[in-house]
Design a binder for this molecule. Structure first.
Ligand code: UT7
Length: 331
């Protein structure tokens, strides 16, 4: 029987510093009212150079928590796959850096660059390896330090993006639980809607200790918004269709946390009431590939996921890329 990819542990980590909308009012021409109404974001976490809060640090902490929950020793891991667009350095990969920290001596480790879809792309790759029989245990993570590629003078992006990490431990099982489908898509024709460009400015005085990379993010938010809703809806429907399921069968949908209005439009298109949609964008903003694993960890630790329930994960991001994973919860 073909083994399935089951999540047996989750973990997450966010930086200590909370940056509120009110504080952003002193940095750019914006208001708590505008940010809340247009995005649903009230606060976000921003990493500091003064604390161990690099992408590797946050990813390692999330990985350790997930390993602890899974009761899995790091040396059992066959693969470590990390979705990120903000590695600490060009190479070695964040996955290799985390491997070193947790001492996962046997694992093959690499990063996936798929914008905010990085975590679900990573999960899809590991799902294939598990079903092919080449992987029994894996660590899959989404790790970002977007504060380092934000232009802190661009109010259209700096109010949205933030830092954090989430991770899951995967184990191969032959039962009915685990990943039932993984769909990944991309279209490079829309690359100009969200990309990184060389050059950046020093952060404003209240954020002096933020790490700044020599490139920054450019986004056409309004055009991206419309694409996002369409692509999310279509790939979520692909997941339901390929499993012969209806929206009513989904116990919890965990979408990428970019904007509450995008999430509400997606839920409406699918006919899933917001009570069955997990959101935490109000407190963390958009953490790119970390957003889904952080939300998954929070939802699980809050007791919102019961073994045997169907959970739908769905995302979109730079590339453009978009993806869905439908799983039967198995912890
Ligand atoms: O993870 C994937 C990455 N990205 C996304 O998912 C983002 C998708 N897009 C969005 O979430 C929304 O498009 C935004 C939140 C980025 C923007 O919301 P919007 O309703 O699409 O606003 P807009 O870009 O059409 O801008 C409306 C107005 C503009 O002013 P004018 O031209 O109407 O005078 C902007 O200059 O809002 C202005 N604006 C702001 N005002 C106060 C833009 N940013 C701000 C701001 N504070 N922070």
């Amino acid at each position: 029987m073909t083994p399935r990819c089951c999540i047996i542990g989750t973990g997450s980590a966010v930086p200590e510093r909370i940056l509120s909308n009110a504080e952003l009012e002193s940095i750019v021409e914006t208001s708590d009212e505008w940010i809340t109404r247009r995005t649903g974001i009230k606060a976000r976490r921003i990493a500091s150079n003064l604390r161990p809060e690099t992408s590797t640090d946050l990813g390692t902490l999330a990985a350790r928590k997930a390993l602890e929950m899974a009761h899995t020793a790091p040396e059992n891991l066959d693969m470590i796959v990390v979705g990120t667009v903000t590695p600490d350095q060009q190479f070695p990969s964040t996955a290799c850096m985390i491997q070193k920290e947790i001492n996962a001596t046997r694992a093959a480790a690499f990063d996936v660059s798929a914008g905010c879809s990085g975590f679900l792309y990573a999960l899809a790759i590991v799902d294939n390896a598990v079903r092919a029989g080449t992987c029994r245990h894996a660590l899959v993570a989404g790790v970002e330090r977007l504060s380092s590629i934000v232009n802190w003078q661009d109010r259209s992006t700096c109010v949205l993006l933030a830092d954090g990490a989430g991770a899951v431990i995967i184990e191969a099982h032959t039962g009915s639980g685990g990943i039932r489908s993984a769909h990944i898509r991309s279209d490079g024709n829309f690359g100009e809607l969200l990309y990184a460009r060389y050059g950046n400015l020093n952060p404003p005085q209240p954020l002096e200790d933020v790490d700044i990379k020599p490139f920054h993010l450019i986004m056409e938010g309004n055009r991206l918004f419309k694409r996002a809703v369409n692509f999310l809806t279509s790939i979520a429907k692909d997941a339901l269709k390929s499993n012969g399921l209806a929206a009513a069968d989904i116990a919890l949908m965990i979408p990428h946390q970019a904007n509450i209005r995008i999430i509400e439009a997606l839920a409406k298109n699918l006919g899933i009431p917001m009570q069955r949609v997990y959101t935490n964008v109000h407190k963390y903003g958009n953490t790119s590939s970390a957003s889904i694993p952080i939300a998954l960890d929070e939802a699980h630790r809050a007791g919102l996921l019961k073994s045997g329930q169907y959970v739908l994960l769905v995302t979109f991001g730079a590339g453009l890329t978009w993806a869905s994973v439908l799983l039967k919860w198995s912890i």
